[in-house]
Write a protein that binds this ligand. Structure first.
Ligand SMILES: Nc1ncnc2c1ncn2[C@@H]1O[C@H](COP(=O)(O)OP(=O)(O)OP(=O)(O)O)[C@@H](O)[C@H]1O
Length: 252
């Protein structure tokens, strides 16, 4: 029996666009399991990012509720929600902003020291993660404006992971990266997941999706299908065929 870490009850999100109501999430009842690498796929505009933002407490739903661990986060005030997110969540989104007036290492340490006072340990973890995403010592003291977009994105990912969040939310984390840098990021997310942290990732990319063990396919604001793939093993051909078959069935 697997533990449910996030569950939604009749989750709805409606946007008002030019006076028109757009129902983007429609009565979703979803369960996310502890330790899973959950992938959210689907056509453009299906509501994937909206769902990710709602599940992570970054955005409030219009109707319905979200339970995250034992906390009904939809009932929390904005301040309490911010504290909850800081303690439990890591965010790897497309637009990630590093502080321009601080070095890359200091950007990461600042996040780490919000939750821990052990500077030595946080520094060691930061350096280890930086190396894992292919950012060596030569860039640690640089400022964000001195980095390429891909380097800055990888540094921001390290910042998101420095507090070893119980759940990592990622929205197309490899979107702006070349294939080697993208692989380093996926390897890091896989490793984090293997250590027990849950990952929820929105992606359009088959290579990224293969890292997940459970795929939720969205269409028009609802979950259209679910595929259980089992744990990621590099080069597992059968898994790949199963995922492709599922996506074809979903009309991807
Ligand atoms: N803040 C907002 N205000 C108004 N409409 C929004 C807002 N955010 C999203 N939408 C609309 O909701 C719909 C779903 O958007 P969302 O970004 O969740 O889709 P998606 O499945 O992630 O798409 P993509 O794969 O193209 O990123 C889109 O039609 C979008 O225009």
């Amino acid at each position: 029996m697997r533990n449910v870490i996030i569950s939604t009850n009749k989750l709805c999100k409606t946007f008002s666009n030019g006076g028109m109501q757009q129902h983007v999430l429609k009565n979703l009842d979803i369960e996310i399991f502890e330790g899973d690498f959950t992938i959210i796929m689907g056509s453009s505009g299906a509501g994937k990012s909206t769902l990710l933002y709602a599940l992570s407490g970054m955005d409030k739903p219009t109707l319905g509720s979200i339970k995250f661990f034992d906390e009904e986060i939809t009932k929390l005030s904005n301040d309490k929600l911010a504290v909850f997110r800081r303690a439990n969540c890591g965010f790897v989104f497309q637009q990630m902003f590093l502080m321009d007036n601080m070095s890359i290492l200091d950007n990461i340490l600042m996040s780490g020291l919000l939750l821990s006072k052990d500077r030595k340990e946080i520094t060691a973890r930061a350096k280890e993660l930086l190396i894992q995403v292919g950012l060596d010592e030569t860039i640690w003291r640089k400022f964000p404006t001195q980095l390429s977009g891909g380097e800055a994105q990888r540094a921001a990912i390290v910042r998101a992971l420095i507090n070893q969040p119980k759940v990592v939310f990622a929205d197309e984390p490899t979107g702006s990266l070349n294939s080697a840098a993208g692989k380093a990021v996926l390897d890091l997310l896989t490793e984090v997941n293997n250590k027990g942290q849950s990952v929820i990732m929105v992606t359009h990319d088959l290579k990224s999706a293969r890292r997940g063990n459970r795929i939720l396919y969205m269409r028009d604001g609802v979950i259209h299908g679910v595929c259980d793939l089992g744990k990621y093993i590099s080069g597992d051909r059968e898994r790949h065929i199963k995922l492709q078959g599922f996506l074809t069935e979903m009309g991807w």
